[in-house]
Design a protein around this ligand. Sequence first.
Ligand code: SF4
Length: 449
Amino acid sequence: MQVPETKSDDKAAPKVSFVSLGCPKALVDSERIITRLRAEGYELSREHVGSDLVIVNTCGFLDSAKAESLGAIGKALKENGKVIVTGCMGAEPENISAAYPDVFAITGPQQYESVLDAVHRAAPPRHDPFIDLVPPEGIKLTPRHYAYLKISEGCNNRCTFCIIPKLRGDLVSRPAGDVLREAEKLAAAGVKELLVISQDTSAYGIDVKYAASKWRNKEVRAKFVDIAEALGEFGIWVRMHYVYPYPHVDDVIPLMADRKILPYLDMPLQHAAPDVLKRMKRPAAQEKTLARIERWREMCPDITLRSTFIVGFPGETEADFNLLLQWLDEASLDRVGCFKYEPVRGAVSNDLGAAVVPDEVKEDRWHRFMQAQQKISTRRLKRKVGTRQQVIIDEAGPSVAKGRSMADAPEIDGAVYVASRRPMRVGEIATVKIERADEYDLHGTAVGY
Ligand code: SF4
């Protein structure tokens, strides 16, 4: 994704074209770099041609993502020539310089200072930075009405298919006071929905032994439930991503039932068969997830549960896969994503010695999985017909606006199409009577503004 152009009437300001690839965590890194650049007076441009330099924030999670990143670097070199590469792929600079020896500088993930140093060398900043061009909440790449809020970096888990801990290091939690101050600025700037992200949100604060820090006139611990409660006080939507089903997650469900935070949990489970989970070394794999889900639904009946799964992991047998399908049926999750296993270079899972699942078997399992889940998701969506839902508007339209209910995260879930007797504004939250459901989306009419 390329960032929107900003306007400046000073033609002398150096121009930077920025390409941000990868997950929401990488997007937050991009936002931090761009905020710093704008604070120093740099302009952003939509075009590589005519810019003083290009920054490419890469994703190195899967081989397909690496290929996309390399493609973006190649394009930037061709169109501009002065290219700074950062992000996950920057952790293995030799791969980039082998493909593109002319790259100006390569830095790893979260190395904001190194990126800034490289930018200063490539195109020195103006003498007189217009600090006042930077809004207090920083520059956001997401639409103004929602923003990602990163509460920690890195990860203490060692899932065998994942190289993120190698790239980003162990868990480093931000002090709760810092997180809350950022959230406060975002809310004051008009953000209506915060998407809390990290690699393992439920592990927040373990590295700092849940140390408390000052927020307004009290102390708040760096702990999942405490930060959820404090964020809930801003009176805007707060959505939790990347939560593993540890027992202490139960403490957050009452906040969802009371609508302090959204009744929504994004919980990447990846599999259900014990042998596969063991080989994956998944966090919270021993937890009785089905029982936990049942309890959550008792505590908060309209909770939305989203998860992602991997099929075709090395050693996955037909019996393991059938167990996953059976689990899926019992869990009856609202939203599910499924990936075919890809052997990421450097991942431990490549050396487990387990039987490699042939591509055609992976493909077949993926289709069977998606068909099974589609029936479940459609059934769960249909239950909403006739109900009234709060919907946040993402795109205005002459007669029908596109939005999301509390059950839908941006980019990954479905939409609600809202007919309205008056034009709706982006970021507005309306009460919508749901009249129809299709496979992924809901349709209804605004009945309260
Ligand atoms: S929890 Fe597992 S998959 Fe997620 S970042 Fe950590 S090691 Fe990777």
